[in-house]
Design a protein around this ligand. Structure first.
Ligand SMILES: [Zn+2]
Ligand SMILES: [Zn+2]
Length: 230
């Protein structure tokens, strides 16, 4: 893409070799950093106790044991993640690496990293799978194998604008886990968690395939549901 090898900040256009200038990095930390204990679904602040769950997770506990997330999906991080269209893959990925560089492997017992497979339409629209690219980058840094033990063979209808019940129904059989999941501790990786419905369905498929434990790492969490994505 045209901007791919630029040394501009993705957000402001100022000079930045890492894709994100120090000013925007600070702004992003100020507006988007999540602090305090997260619920199992990565929502912040269900209670002061680190094991506390939000109402929805109390109601229907997800099939994954924990989530790790450092950022809220809001301005300016949303702009950064939407910049793929205008800025090109490499520049945005450099910025994302700048953001995730300080994050250590949150679950040292993990055997493998698996990207949460994107809906084919999202992949087609972008020309690549963002979760796959993130997982590859984290796997290299955290020295864990990236094994795609999940596939998404069935075209589920676009989730945006659907009721939660319809979304959950169409996701129920969306993921297929392969036998390599058996007995493994699997860290699922995705870019943005919105409702958590995809991660729930993916964890269920992995659990049915005999995974020992599933946890989730997402770059960013939407704090209000209904903004699209999964
Ligand atoms: Zn900047
Ligand atoms: Zn929750």
């Amino acid at each position: 893409m045209f901007f791919d090898l630029s040394n501009q900040c993705v957000l402001c256009g100022r000079r930045a070799d890492s894709g994100l200038c120090p000013h925007c990095h600070r702004e992003l930390e100020r507006h988007c950093a999540l602090s305090g204990p997260l619920c199992r679904c990565a929502l912040p602040g269900p209670g002061l106790d680190p094991g506390a769950l939000c109402g929805r997770c109390l109601d229907r506990p997800p099939g994954f044991a924990a989530s790790y997330c450092a950022w809220a999906y809001r301005f300016p991080l949303d702009r950064l993640l939407n910049a793929y269209k205008h800025r090109g893959r490499l520049t945005v990925e450099r910025a994302l690496e700048t953001l995730t560089r300080a994050q250590p492997l949150p679950w040292p017992e993990a055997d493998l990293i698996c990207p949460l497979p994107a809906h084919w339409r999202r992949r087609w629209w972008r020309g690549f799978d963002q979760a796959e690219r993130l997982a590859a980058s984290l796997g290299r840094r955290w020295r864990r194998p990236v094994v795609p033990v999940l596939t998404r063979p069935r075209a589920t209808r676009h989730q945006q604008g659907q009721s939660r019940a319809t979304r959950v129904r169409s996701l129920r059989h969306a993921f297929r886990a392969d036998p390599r999941a058996r007995g493994r501790r699997i860290l699922l990786v995705d870019d943005v968690m919105t409702t958590g419905a995809s991660a729930r369905a993916a964890a269920r498929a992995l659990g049915e395939a005999g995974a020992a434990e599933v946890r989730v790492w997402v770059l960013a969490r939407t704090l209000r549901s209904g903004a699209g994505g999964s």
